[in-house]
Ligand binder design. Structure first.
Ligand SMILES: Cc1cc2nc3c(=O)[nH]c(=O)nc-3n(C[C@H](O)[C@H](O)[C@H](O)COP(=O)(O)OP(=O)(O)OC[C@H]3O[C@@H](n4cnc5c(N)ncnc54)[C@H](O)[C@@H]3O)c2cc1C
Length: 386
């Protein structure tokens, strides 16, 4: 007899994997197909900062829901979740004003945050350069993960925990045909997989399935350059540190009354702005520092315009600015890499229910590690709760 799954999901990044997780919790039989033998796109190339604090109001809620999942799954298996909070550091009056305004919004929403003066910031994160720091806003509930570990640990845990789960690594779904009773998928291994519902979470892969649809969509690709140092001796940095340009960039702050005025007054032709740079820092488990980042954009159609090279002017700039903000010994580079995520130009996420049984989810942008667990929970509850 033919094996038919309730759901097949193509794409083993954070979005596809959490779809699978929530559908399994709802009692469905699920197969997750990942093209690579181990997921290696945006989901493993990022900072691993789980920071609902940076998101717009509705997405903050979903990010906070994600925190619950990360923390509860961490009780069952080691996903590399570390709960040391996030600190936003202001360096001038304008950035400090935004921190104070967001603090008020957090109070109204019941999201715990603490305003810190300069001394408290330096006590919490002695790695900060006292000349840079004016004030801080700290979110004690937020966490970090190790992107190189998290998704693989989660998938392994799901295989162990659910007899109704099948993980197919190295399997590309290449063709989708909807019949009268179910959906037939053809794979690179020349197999057919049958399912009642198909969900595509393919991230920045646009060529294999529905290429025309992606090319005509409002999706854009963002290329991000990242830096990892060699392990840094005698410095321990817990949690995420986000700095002044982040405060002027993240969506949460755009809800603050003085945001528009501050944004307008910012220089328009700076290197910061040209390459969408802001300085974030996190220490990985091995003691190395993860630094970044920059943003360059292209539509799906014009994605080849995004160079595969590293622009070393950007890397040099990020390192120089990092050295101004932090009191670090000589920075010795271990690794440069780039990753790309997909975002929408107007919407917060791309959802396309092509038919009752074929669904595309993409374009969650720079918030995917933070929001996917909560977002996919909301979608599965709304659409498929039995
Ligand atoms: C450098 C960088 C830093 C970031 N930092 C953060 C951060 O700190 N916090 C945060 O919240 N977010 C961050 N993000 C954003 C976050 O990483 C992304 O939003 C998220 O990983 C997107 O997940 P995804 O599952 O949609 O896509 P992906 O991770 O790209 O996964 C898609 C998967 O689908 C597979 N696939 C594609 N087509 C097929 C097919 N036909 N069949 C089978 N498999 C297929 C691919 O191989 C891939 O593994 C960052 C992103 C980058 C690039």
């Amino acid at each position: 007899m033919r094996n038919t799954y309730d759901f097949c999901i193509a794409g083993g990044g954070v979005m596809g994997t959490f779809f699978a997780y929530h559908l399994l919790q709802l009692g469905y039989k699920v197969v997750l197909c990942e093209r690579d033998t181990k997921a290696r796109q945006a989901t493993v190339r990022n900072f691993g900062q789980i920071v609902p604090s940076g998101l717009s109001k509705d997405w903050r809620k979903l990010g906070r829901k994600s925190l619950e999942f990360y923390k509860s799954i961490q009780q069952e298996t080691d996903l590399s979740v570390r709960a040391f909070g996030s600190l936003y550091v202001a360096s001038n009056d304008e950035e400090e004003a935004l921190l104070e305004e967001l603090y008020q919004i957090n109070l109204e929403e019941g999201y715990t945050s603490q305003l810190l003066n300069k001394e408290s910031c330096l006590t919490m994160q002695p790695v900060l350069n006292p000349n840079y720091v004016r004030a801080g806003l700290y979110y004690p509930e937020e966490v970090t993960v190790e992107p190189l570990l998290m998704i693989h640990a989660l998938q392994k845990h799901m295989v162990k925990s659910f007899s109704t789960f099948t993980l197919r690594l190295g399997i590309t779904v290449q063709q989708v045909d909807e019949g009268s009773s179910n959906v037939e998928l053809r794979t690179n291994t020349n197999e057919s997989i049958f399912c009642n519902q198909f969900i595509l979470c393919s991230g920045n892969e646009f060529q294999t399935l529905f290429p025309h649809l992606f090319e005509q969509s409002e999706l854009v690709l963002a290329k991000i350059q990242m830096i990892q140092t060699k392990p840094v001796k005698n410095k321990t940095i817990k949690g995420s540190i986000l700095t002044g340009e982040t405060i002027k960039r993240y969506e949460a702050f755009s809800e603050c009354p003085s945001f528009d005025q501050i944004k307008k007054a910012a220089p328009q032709n700076s290197f910061w702005k040209k390459y969408g740079i802001h300085i974030l820092l996190k220490q990985a488990n091995d003691g190395s520092l993860i630094l970044g980042d920059s943003h360059e954009y292209a539509s799906v159609k014009e994605r080849d315009q995004l160079d595969f090279n590293q622009n070393m002017d950007i890397n040099r700039f990020v390192i120089d600015e990092t050295q101004k903000i932090f009191d670090l010994p000589e920075i010795i580079i271990q690794n440069y890499w780039s990753g790309s995520y997909v975002q929408c130009q107007t919407a917060d996420v791309y959802i396309n229910h092509l038919t009752d049984n074929i669904h595309i989810y993409n374009g969650i942008g720079g918030k995917g590690m933070t929001a996917s667990a909560g977002f996919t929970y909301e979608q599965t509850q709304k659409l498929w709760k039995q």
